[in-house]
Design a binder for this molecule. Structure first.
Ligand SMILES: Cc1cc2nc3c(=O)[nH]c(=O)nc-3n(C[C@H](O)[C@H](O)[C@H](O)COP(=O)(O)OP(=O)(O)OC[C@H]3O[C@@H](n4cnc5c(N)ncnc54)[C@H](O)[C@@H]3O)c2cc1C
Ligand code: SF4
Length: 573
């Protein structure tokens, strides 16, 4: 987003990417089925999310680039070393943070407030949703704000299992509403939108129109996690980088592993060192402004490794806050079998290969009345249906088919397939002193760059929240007349997913109003280094239950507007 915003506003941008170049138009396996893949597409060490997943280089482990965890801490870190990073295969769930989410401390005294309000961010959410294309509904629920009229793409129709879930949740007074995902359900209005998004900027309008003209609407092809060759879903490599490159203002260097931001004698950022991974040669490039967006923890790592006489603890880290207040999303899940979904006529209900409906957090009232054992909330993502079977699905049927084989097994498979559902809670984690990353005193990666060591601890709020998720899923399944598969945990410690495993890690270079307690101002500009900006999830002050990427993009847009303005005013030299 930063490369796009800065280049369309006429700045010369050098984009350094640690991974390889990646082109979703030619590289996405749109029509291949599991039978075309080794092991029917099952995941392995180098492709944990399956053979067709868009992550070409990376995963839970990046060969030659380890990280460590402190004794007693458990933390997982998913990295993608490729142009566009994890936006190539993310779930595209794009929920706005609401008014409460920007002021959590003011509401319950925990964590910190963001330096801005929801009202400040709302126009940037609107613009980001229009730019990338997000479908969703028009509901306006407590702390689940609606977009301005005409911003969202129409939501896709609900599928059978979603309607059945809504019916059950209506009884339980849990709202089920259209999900918001960064997928085009119709083509973008390229005649109007570029002017609306970039008034008076002819360069931006031209490149954006070209880009929008090349994007098709979703035709329900295959899993969005593979990427999308028709550019219907949002990934940086189809939506932001092509128009940025078309400005002629961007130079892209791939396989460029940045290791350090350098400073001049006055403490201004002067450029970066990067290692050319193909030749292993260390290069230094100079810049008037340095923008870090290497993903939350990687940005911290670069900053902590940028030590100098002026910044002995890492660049812009006089506060000591760099690396601190690392957060992930609280996750817990259950699956279920629903007899009412058995034996339905086999129709194509693939849809947009992601959620069409979801449940936003609904118990604000109970929380305010002191009836809940934890602060903050969670939303529920759920799925099921009869999409293309992946590896393992028919194996899972065996406990239902009673050892049948031949014709009888086929009948049983037809009966049961499509009757399984999953429910995942995605909740807010409150930042704490015990969850952070720092530079490991010993370990280095294959490029000789010191690596991160993670410390992790959940508080009782998150643990209780995970138990509440299980209880809620069990109630929904019971209301649907179904049966939970697995154990409903009353102990949240047993329900909660490992830190980092939900892949929403944010924080570590947080923004704020007090330079002693934060690293950046509200525009992602370092308090101590005026020409250093951060535009990824590292800037997060809290981690609302809303999945972070839409907010990362909207914040990055706002930071870039400010940066361009400051350059024009001569405030950054
Ligand atoms: C399977 C999956 C599903 C997800 N689903 C959702 C979802 O539905 N909704 C949601 O909001 N979020 C989701 N996420 C999270 C989402 O992908 C991230 O929030 C988002 O991609 C973060 O963007 P980023 O640019 O900060 O980091 P990344 O996307 O990780 O990009 C960082 C980039 O920087 C490069 N880089 C790293 N280090 C260096 C270095 N030292 N030098 C140069 N370049 C470097 C990387 O190669 C990469 O290209 C999901 C993630 C995964 C893996
Ligand atoms: S489901 Fe739609 S948006 Fe997703 S990859 Fe397939 S065609 Fe593209």
């Amino acid at each position: 987003m930063a490369a796009y915003q800065l280049s369309v506003q006429g700045l010369k941008v050098l984009l350094l990417e640690a991974g390889r170049d990646y082109d979703p138009v030619t590289e996405t396996p749109m029509f291949q089925t599991p039978k075309d893949a080794p092991l029917r597409g099952a995941g392995g060490a180098d492709k944990p999310f399956g053979f067709y997943d868009a992550t070409v280089d990376g995963g839970w482990r990046v060969p030659g680039e380890p990280f460590t965890t402190a004794p007693g801490s458990q933390f997982q870190w998913w990295r993608a070393r490729m142009l566009g990073g994890r936006t190539n295969h993310w779930g595209r769930i794009s929920l706005r943070m609401g008014p409460y989410d920007f002021k959590p401390k003011s509401r319950d005294g925990l964590g910190e407030d963001w330096p801005m309000t929801y009202e400040t961010m709302a126009p940037y959410y609107d613009k980001t949703e229009l730019l990338i294309g997000v479908y969703g509904g028009d509901e306006d629920l407590e702390n689940t704000p609606r977009s301005s009229p005409g911003v969202l793409q129409p939501p896709p129709a609900a599928r059978t299992y979603e309607l059945l879930t809504k019916q059950a949740c209506d009884h339980l007074k849990i709202p089920v509403i259209p999900a918001h995902r960064a997928v085009l359900t119709r083509r973008q209005d390229s005649a109007r939108l570029p002017q609306r998004l970039h008034p008076g900027n002819r360069l931006a309008q031209r490149v954006l129109k070209q880009s929008m003209d090349q994007r098709m609407a979703c035709f329900y092809a295959t899993d969005c996690g593979r990427g999308c060759s028709i550019k219907a879903n949002f990934q940086s490599t189809t939506v932001l980088i092509p128009p940025a490159m078309a400005t002629g203002n961007v130079t892209l260097i791939t396989d460029a592993m940045v290791r350090e931001v350098t400073v001049d004698t006055q403490g201004r950022a002067s450029g970066v060192h990067y290692i050319d991974k193909l030749t292993r040669v260390d290069h230094h490039v100079t810049a008037k402004v340095v923008v870090l967006a290497a993903s939350a923890c990687e940005t911290s790592r670069i900053m902590l490794n940028s030590k100098s006489a002026l910044f002995p603890n890492g660049i812009a880290n006089g506060s000591g806050v760099v690396g601190k207040y690392l957060m992930d999303t609280v996750g817990a899940g259950l699956s279920a079998q629903i007899p009412r979904l058995e034996g339905l006529p086999p129709i194509n209900e693939d849809g947009t290969a992601g959620i069409h409906m979801y449940m936003p957090w609904w118990l604000y009232g109970d929380q305010a009345a002191g009836k809940m054992s934890f602060a903050r909330g969670y939303h529920i993502e759920f799925g099921g249906g009869r999409s293309m079977p992946g590896p393992g699905i028919f194996g899972g049927l065996e406990s239902f088919t009673g050892g049948a084989y031949g014709k009888k097994f086929k009948e049983e498979a037809r009966r049961y397939y499509g009757s399984f559902m999953w429910f995942d809670g995605r909740g807010e984690m409150i930042p704490n002193e015990d969850s952070y990353c720092e530079i490991d005193p010993v370990a280095v990666d294959q490029w000789g760059i010191p690596v991160l060591r993670f410390h992790w601890k959940w508080s009782q709020h998150e643990i209780d929240q995970a138990a509440h998720m299980h209880k809620t899923f069990a109630e929904i399944v019971a209301q649907m007349g179904g049966k939970v598969q697995g154990t409903v945990q009353t102990d949240g410690n047993k329900a909660i997913a490992a830190g980092g495993s939900i892949i929403h890690e944010v924080g570590t270079v947080r923004m704020g109003t007090d330079p002693k307690k934060s690293v950046l101002n509200e525009f992602g500009q370092a308090w101590e280094v005026k020409n250093l900006f951060v535009t990824d999830g590292a800037t997060f002050v809290s981690n609302a239950d809303k999945n972070p990427t839409l907010s990362i993009l909207a914040l990055a847009w706002r930071s870039c507007d400010y940066l361009v303005d400051e350059l024009k005013k001569g405030n950054i030299s």
